[in-house]
Design a protein around this ligand. Structure first.
Ligand SMILES: *[C@@H]1O[C@H](CO)[C@@H](O)[C@H](O)[C@H]1NC(C)=O
Ligand SMILES: *[C@@H]1O[C@H](CO)[C@@H](O)[C@H](O)[C@H]1NC(C)=O
Length: 246
């Protein structure tokens, strides 16, 4: 039964899958020249590469993710009466996200994927302190390196009104971990303000960690939204080669 077959997918968020159970030997991402066995992480990586380029060309109405502009972010340290607002957040580098690991059949029938990214961020940072009425303001540049995103999601196969089979990707959960605190650079007209902000950021690395985690999580949700859109518009048969049901 085809849908049962789909259920066993080993699917890189719909780029490739493989299952022995249904006699499906190879996956054929037909139009894009990709065919991998599930164990072939190198092959899956090439599939992901292709997919990221499709996203960036806004194929089928997907949203480009590099650069990606995010809503404003805030971080507050109430104990210290300190808060930060990051606006006009422009993130580049997501296109080169690497596939680190692929997990199938996690508890609850979920699938999982681990990505590693290097992201470059620019934005306008405002810092508010209880000891001063005027906020501090600077342009910030941040480099987030080797940040790991652990994405898990549910999925199901479904037959559409057109009698074609599609994959539905359910809600995802994203957990991120950065290997090191991001490096940053501030630019402002007021050197003294810049020094004060720099000092605060250097002595409280949790602020940068928090900003970088929020940014990474947003980027990952955007990526999964694109996979979801793709999977809802393109019948499975167009990107997977599977055994005929009988
Ligand atoms: C975001 O940054 C990139 C690279 O610096 C730049 O090319 C692009 O124009 C920026 N986008 C916006 C909306 O500022
Ligand atoms: C990734 O997330 C899944 C589900 O939340 C969890 O089971 C797994 O241990 C996580 N892996 C890592 C490396 O964090």
């Amino acid at each position: 039964m085809l849908l049962n077959c789909i259920r066993l997918f080993v699917c890189v968020l719909c780029v490739s899958y493989y299952t022995q159970f249904c006699g499906c030997q190879l996956i054929n991402f037909r139009d894009y020249d990709t065919a991998c066995g599930a164990e072939s992480i190198e092959c899956l990586r090439r599939g992901i590469r292709t997919f990221f380029f499709l996203m960036d060309s806004e194929y089928l109405g997907m949203n480009a993710i590099d650069p990606i502009i995010l809503n404003s972010l805030t971080v507050a340290l109430p104990d210290e009466q300190l808060s930060f607002l990051l606006r006009r957040v422009n993130v580049t580098g997501a296109r080169w996200t690497k596939l680190a690991e692929r997990k199938f059949n996690l508890p609850g029938g979920k699938n999982g994927v681990k990505f590693v990214s290097d992201l470059h961020v620019t934005g306008e940072l405002t810092m508010m302190m209880s000891t001063r009425i005027d906020p501090f303001f600077a342009q910030i540049t941040m480099d987030i390196q080797d940040v790991e995103s652990n994405i898990t999601y549910t999925w199901a196969g479904q037959r559409g009104f057109d009698n074609e089979d599609y994959i539905l990707i359910g809600p995802e959960r994203v957990a991120v971990r950065n290997a090191r605190t991001p490096s940053f650079f501030l630019q402002t007209n007021n050197d003294e303000d810049a020094r004060t902000m720099e000092q605060v950021l250097q002595t409280r690395s949790s602020i940068l960690d928090h900003l970088s985690n929020e940014i990474t999580i947003s980027v990952m949700h955007s990526i999964v939204d694109n996979f979801r859109l793709f999977a809802s518009k393109v019948p499975v048969k167009n990107y997977y080669k599977y055994a005929e049901s009988n």
